[in-house]
Design a protein around this ligand. Structure first.
Ligand SMILES: NC(=O)C1=CN([C@@H]2O[C@H](COP(=O)(O)OP(=O)(O)OC[C@H]3O[C@@H](n4cnc5c(N)ncnc54)[C@H](OP(=O)(O)O)[C@@H]3O)[C@@H](O)[C@H]2O)C=CC1
Ligand SMILES: O=C(O)C1=N[C@H](C(=O)O)C[C@H](O)C1
Length: 267
């Protein structure tokens, strides 16, 4: 049994991770962590997650769990993730990071610390989205520059970062496929008398409403037709299952920064 510590254990993703680890034949819950002052501190992680008693209380100090835990699964905030990553590196354990919304400086730090330990980092842990990255890269190359490219994402009203990490990754994959620099061609909002769409733009548009779990569409449009590739997550379990698959995989890897393409052998 692989010993898993869940950080952000009372959150939307953390709760599903606690529940799925509790049901797993391969993983066991070694710890659950929440933010300083969180109302769930001291409570049973399973009771908080709604899956029954686990016997694992929610605590605020990740370091105290590092003797027991083999792999940390982290869906929190960029600042919290970087703190957790440093602790995991000090104790030479493994980590799976699903958090999104990092600044460029934070990403640099994540990349440098994560090289010291086995780390899987992916803005979307679902199999479907990771297969779509390959498909859209191929489509962008084949369709060529006469097809305009737009990425549209929709999420629940509580999501804090925009655009989603997945939409940004899709835009990066598309830009790389057609040899464009996303920093130059990415358009994140349109308003007013902005003129005709510029050739080569890659649009990234954000919708926030209600309880949408996570929708992503890549649209290729030209005169006379458009093609849309859409992924819709209907349950957070698709991300949580992917993260736990990554946890089982990463504990067997040498130090290095990996993504879900490595975990799923899609490279
Ligand atoms: N890669 C993927 O497949 C997916 C990625 N995500 C990403 O995961 C992240 C979390 O999403 P979600 O679960 O919806 O968010 P939630 O806000 O529901 O959960 C995050 C939890 O982390 C807690 N937290 C904050 N700081 C710390 C800390 N220092 N130590 C421990 N816990 C902490 C929060 O506590 P508090 O409430 O006090 O802030 C909260 O309970 C987001 O960045 C999201 O975009 C989400 C789904 C899938
Ligand atoms: O915050 C979320 O909910 C999600 N975040 C991820 C992202 O930003 O891409 C993945 C998923 O779509 C859900």
């Amino acid at each position: 049994m692989i010993k898993v510590v869940v950080t952000g254990a009372a959150g939307r993703m953390g709760s599903r991770l606690v529940s799925l680890v509790k049901d797993s034949a391969f993983l066991t819950l070694a710890g659950a962590v929440e933010s300083k002052g969180h109302h769930a501190l001291g409570e049973d992680s399973g009771e908080v997650a709604g899956c029954g008693h686990t016997g694992v209380p929610i605590v605020e100090d990740l370091s105290s769990l590092m003797e027991r835990g083999e792999v940390v699964v982290d869906f929190t905030t960029p600042a919290a993730t970087l703190g957790h990553l440093r602790i995991v590196a000090q104790h030479r354990r493994s980590i799976v990071v699903g958090t999104t919304g990092f600044s460029a400086t934070e990403l640099d730090e994540l990349r440098s610390v994560s090289k010291q330990i086995p780390c899987v980092f992916s803005p979307n842990m679902s199999v479907g989205v990771n297969v779509i990255y390959k498909v859209i890269a191929e489509m962008a190359k084949t369709l060529g520059e006469d097809y305009d490219i737009e990425v549209i994402e929709a999420h629940h009203r509580l999501k804090k970062d925009a655009p989603s990490g997945t939409a940004l990754k899709m835009a990066e994959v598309l830009a790389r496929a057609v040899n464009r620099d996303l920093g130059q061609v990415g358009v994140y909002a349109r308003k007013g008398l902005i003129g005709e769409r510029k050739k080569g733009e890659i649009g990234i548009q954000t919708i926030r409403a209600g309880d949408i779990v996570g929708d992503h569409t890549v649209m290729f449009g030209t005169m006379g037709e458009r093609i849309e590739v859409t992924h819709r997550a209907s349950s957070r379990d698709t991300f949580a299952r992917g993260a736990l698959r990554a946890a089982r995989w990463v504990v067997k890897q040498p130090a290095g920064l990996y993504d879900m393409h490595d975990v799923l052998s899609l490279k």
